[in-house]
Design a protein around this ligand. Structure first.
Ligand code: ADP
Length: 252
């Protein structure tokens, strides 16, 4: 079981051209095994929010709880997936995936069996010994996801993980992620600025607006699972996309 709750988070950055209110009174709840997206334009505070939820950054006020206990720093209960992949260039695919388990002190045989299972889960069989520079962007992000899953976190925090990929790879990776999520049963908090991506993936979408960063609305996504390409062409999907687009436009 893993739930996340943020209560009344506020965060202001000081900069040479004045203060930026990155988050103003932001609260959210993500329940066990739920897939929730934080959607909003660039600069609205999504990354800041996700980093605070992981404990990578501190809020000025408010609190974040995982299963009712305060989050104070990053721990292996949460896996973080970055937009820029952040792989270790000197490590192979397998070496990258096993990194967190090495830190944890897992034995070589345990590391190997977990990394093998994850390599199969993310579809990288045959690439175990390759280095990141030998992989496409989509493959690198599969490694990023497998690396985050390797420590068996209850929660996956994903910061625009597909933002650097071309449109077709991005859609393929969305399907891959849903398949992995269904198999691994993690609680997911997913940051994106793509309306379509948020709708396609999520149980709920939290819409954020900038300056100050606030939650504008939280929408339930009614489509059945498993999701597939046909959902994207449903009139209800277009209506939802249009609704979110109008809401974001109204506050721009
Ligand atoms: P998003 O992820 O939605 O693009 P961010 O959380 O990265 O938004 O940023 C929110 C706002 O805070 C932006 O206006 C950004 O310029 C500002 N900001 C983010 N990090 C810093 C920082 N370290 N110092 C100053 N301003 C920052």
């Amino acid at each position: 079981m893993a739930s996340i709750e943020a209560r009344n988070l506020c965060k202001t950055y000081e900069s040479s051209d004045g203060n930026v209110i990155a988050l103003q009174d932001v609260s959210l709840k993500v329940t066990d095994s739920e897939f929730v997206s934080i959607l909003g334009p660039s600069g609205c505070g999504k990354s800041t929010l996700l980093r605070i939820v992981d404990g990578l950054a501190n809020a000025d006020s408010g609190e974040v709880l995982m299963d009712g206990k305060p989050i104070e720093r990053p721990t292996q209960e949460r896996g973080f997936v970055f937009q820029s992949f952040n792989l270790f260039p000197w490590r192979t695919v397998r070496g990258n995936i096993e990194f967190g388990m090495e830190i944890k002190g897992a034995s070589k045989s345990e590391r190997k069996s977990v990394s093998q299972r994850l390599i199969e889960l993310v579809g990288l069989q045959g690439f175990e010994r390759k280095y990141p520079y030998e992989l496409s962007g989509g493959m690198q992000q599969r490694v990023g996801i497998a690396r985050a899953l390797a420590i068996d976190p209850a929660v996956l925090l994903m910061d625009e993980p597909f933002g650097a990929l071309d449109a077709q790879t991005r859609e393929d990776m969305q399907d891959e992620l849903l398949r992995i999520w269904a198999a691994a049963r993690k609680t997911v908090l997913f940051v994106t600025h793509s309306i379509e991506e948020a709708i396609y993936l999520s149980d709920r979408v939290m819409i954020m607006t900038p300056r100050p960063g606030r939650i504008l609305a939280v929408l339930d996504i009614p489509f059945a699972r498993p999701r597939s390409e046909s959902h994207r062409t449903l009139p209800e999907f277009s209506a939802l996309r249009h609704d979110i687009h109008s809401r974001l436009k109204a506050v721009r």
